[in-house]
Ligand binder design. Structure first.
Ligand code: NAD
Length: 240
């Protein structure tokens, strides 16, 4: 996929990985809608890149439908949707469950990806095809002791992406995930105490991997992003 002249929507676009992806897409010649519950952040970045701000809660199905509709109307088409909004659980999820925080992480990390994908498909179909990339995580590929809830949500994203991809590929709608290790963003700053010191990606490293996936990904691939390594599709082992 050539990013020149494409129209993109990025959720969680006001901060961290999403903001780096917005800037990268704009620099590559795409027009970008910045969707985020942080209204001021979304507006500031949209102004910076000459894009569109779409404030709202990405875990709400109507908000996602409206975001897709407004972006498609404003740009005349929609070619790329990055489902990137995400939160951490702030709890292990094994004992003393905080129900409100549980509902929140499932809403943002799982519901949002389902609502975003189902809202995006008709618009991408109208554009003659397109690409959806969900930001999963290293925690979508391996177990993360101490972070069971976050890990569960990101495994759900990986499973959904891999299973939706073959259904949509014949229509030219490609679905992928990126699975970054730890990246230096406000999200990970909150978890640092629990995990200690570890090598960090930058948000720009992850945005570069998203660009590589957009340009060169194959349907259903989940690209693994690690410090000091070229981003590459994760090799899932099949059931014998
Ligand atoms: P971040 O906190 O810097 O950015 C997340 C953005 O999502 C924020 O702008 C926030 O306002 C927005 N957001 C959160 N909930 C929302 C909601 N309900 N509706 C709309 N917007 C909402 O974090 P980040 O590290 O850039 O995270 C981006 C994605 O990358 C997340 O899905 C995260 O799980 C994933 N990820 C992060 C890391 C890491 O180490 N930082 C590693 C792997 C995966």
């Amino acid at each position: 996929m050539d990013l020149t002249g494409k129209a993109a929507l990025v959720t969680g676009g006001a901060s961290g990985i999403g903001a780096a992806a917005v800037r990268r897409l704009a620099a590559a010649g795409s027009v970008v809608a910045v969707a985020d519950r942080d209204e001021a952040g979304a507006r500031a970045l949209a102004e910076e890149v000459g894009g569109l701000a779409l404030p709202g809660d990405a875990s709400d199905p109507d908000t996602m439908t409206m975001a897709v509709d407004v972006a498609e109307d404003a740009f005349g088409r929609l070619n790329i949707v990055l489902l990137n909004a995400g939160v951490t659980a702030g709890q292990s999820g094994i004992e003393n469950l905080d129900l409100a925080a549980y509902r929140r992480i499932v809403g943002v990390n799982i519901d949002h990806v389902v609502f975003g994908l189902t809202a995006a498909v008709p618009a991408l179909r109208r554009a003659g095809g397109g690409t959806i990339v969900a930001t999963a995580s290293l925690a979508g590929l391996v177990a993360m002791p101490g972070d069971a809830l976050y890990t569960m949500t990101k495994h759900a994203v990986v499973g959904y992406v891999r299973s939706a991809a073959p259904t949509l590929a014949p229509e030219g709608i490609r679905v992928n995930a990126v699975c970054p290790g730890f990246a230096d963003t406000p999200l990970i700053a909150k978890a640092k105490d629990r995990f200690g010191d570890f090598p960090l990606l930058s948000a720009e490293d992850v945005a570069g991997a998203i660009e590589a996936v957009l340009e060169r990904g194959e349907p259903g691939e989940c690209w693994f992003v690690q410090p000091g390594r070229e981003p590459a599709p994760y090799a899932f082992r099949g059931v014998p």
